[in-house]
Design a protein around this ligand. Structure first.
Ligand code: GLV
Length: 322
C-alpha cells in the first residue's frame, strides 16, 4: 500500500508530478487557506508532510499525527517546526538550503540600498503628487546615507551572510562579520557581536531563529549600535525586538531599517514599524523569484521522494534520526 503524503500548497516546478506517481498524494486545494484545524485533520493518517514556513508544526500537532514519518519544508528556515518533538518521534525533517542563497542575499542588499537612499519614501513622495516645481531639486533634497565606503556588519556567516558579504565588497564596503562558531571568511573581518554593533554603519542579520537567537537584537544591543546606523533583517522577525527597533528609529538613534520578516506574519496592524517613513518593509519575499521558488519546490519534493524510498533526505536538518 502506498504511503500517504499531504502537501499544504500548490507548488511550482516539475517534480510534484513525479511525486504523485510514487505515493497517495493529497494536495490542499482549499477552500480558503489551510487552517491549523484542517492541517490536524489531514495529518491524522499521513506518513509524510510537505509544508511551507507558514504551516505551524508544533508538538500538539505532531502528537495527533501518529503515523507521520517525515516532513519536508519548502524553506531553508525550520523554526515553524518543533524539531525537538519531531526528533523524539524519529520524524525526519528536510529543508531547501543552497538554492535560495543568492536570491535572498539580493533581497537583503536591496533593502540595505533602499533604506540608505530612501527609495520607498521617495517613491511615495512622487506618487502622492508632492514633487512640484517649487521643490524640483535642492542640495538637500532626499539626501540619504552613502553605502560605498561604509562599514557593513553581518550577523551570521552562513551561506546567505557570506553572499551578502560578496555584494558588499563589490560596493566598496568594509565588511565585519560575526558568527557563533567563529567562522573565518575571506575579506570579512571576524569580530565580536559587541564590536560589530559598535562599528557598523549597516548591520544585516543572517542567523537562523532558535532559542539562542530569539530577540538577539534587543533594546540593550540596539542601544550599542553606532548612532545613525541602518538595520536590515531578511532572516526571521523573531531575531529582532521590533518594538525596541521602532523606538530607536523614532528617537533618531538609528537612521533607517529594511525589514522583510516580522515577529508576526502577515504583519500585525499595530506593528509600530508600519508608521515609520524611514523603514522599508517587504512581505517576506527574500527568496521570491520564480526560478528560485521552483528550485526550492524541487528540493522539497526530492526530500519526500527519498523518504518514501526509505533513504535519508538529501537535505535533512536532523540526520541523527536515521
Ligand atoms: C525563507 O524565509 C526560508 O526560510 O526559506
Amino acid at each position: 500500500m502506498s504511503k500517504k503524503v499531504f502537501v499544504t500548497h500548490q507548488l511550482p516546478g516539475e517534480r510534484i508530478h513525479q511525486l504523485a506517481e510514487l505515493c497517495d498524494l493529497n494536495l490542499w486545494m482549499g477552500p480558503g487557506l489551510l487552517s491549523a484545524e484542517s492541517l490536524r485533520e489531514e495529518l491524522r493518517d499521513c506518513h509524510g508532510l510537505l509544508c511551507l514556513l507558514t504551516d505551524r508544526v508544533d508538538a500538539a500537532l505532531l502528537a495527533e499525527a501518529g503515523q507521520l514519518e517525515f516532513i519536508s519544508s519548502m524553506s531553508v528556515g525550520v523554526d515553524h517546526i518543533d524539531l525537538a518533538a519531531a526528533g523524539r518521534r524519529g520524524i525526519a525533517v528536510g529543508n531547501t538550503p543552497g538554492v535560495l542563497v543568492d536570491t535572498t542575499a539580493d533581497t537583503a542588499f536591496a533593502l540595505l540600498l533602499a533604506a540608505a537612499r530612501r527609495v520607498s519614501e521617495a517613491d511615495r513622495f512622487v506618487r502622492q503628487g508632492n514633487w512640484r516645481q517649487e521643490n524640483a531639486w535642492a542640495p538637500d533634497f532626499f539626501t540619504g546615507k552613502d553605502v560605498s565606503g561604509a562599514t557593513l556588519g553581518i550577523v551570521g556567516l552562513g551561506a546567505i551572510g557570506r553572499a551578502v558579504a560578496k555584494r558588499a565588497q563589490g560596493f566598496g564596503m568594509e565588511v565585519l562579520g560575526w558568527s557563533r562558531s567563529g567562522r573565518e571568511v575571506a575579506g570579512v573581518a571576524g569580530v565580536s557581536l559587541d564590536e560589530l554593533l559598535l562599528r557598523s554603519d549597516f548591520v544585516s542579520v543572517h542567523t537562523a531563529l532558535n532559542a539562542q537567537t530569539r530577540h538577539m537584537i534587543n533594546a540593550e544591543r540596539i542601544a550599542t549600535m553606532k548612532p545613525g546606523a541602518v538595520l536590515v533583517n531578511a532572516a526571521r522577525g523573531g531575531i529582532v525586538d521590533e518594538v525596541a527597533l521602532a523606538a530607536a528609529l523614532v528617537r533618531g538613534d538609528l537612521y533607517a531599517a529594511g525589514i522583510d520578516v516580522f515577529e508576526r506574519e502577515p504583519i500585525a496592524a499595530d506593528n509600530p514599524l508600519l508608521h515609520l517613513p524611514n523603514v522599508v518593509l517587504t512581505p517576506h519575499i527574500g527568496s521570491a523569484t520564480a526560478h528560485t521558488r521552483a528550485r526550492m519546490a524541487d528540493l522539497a519534493v526530492d526530500n519526500i521522494i527519498a523518504a518514501l524510498d526509505g533513504q535519508p533526505m538529501p537535505n535533512c536538518v536532523n540526520p541523527d534520526v536515521y
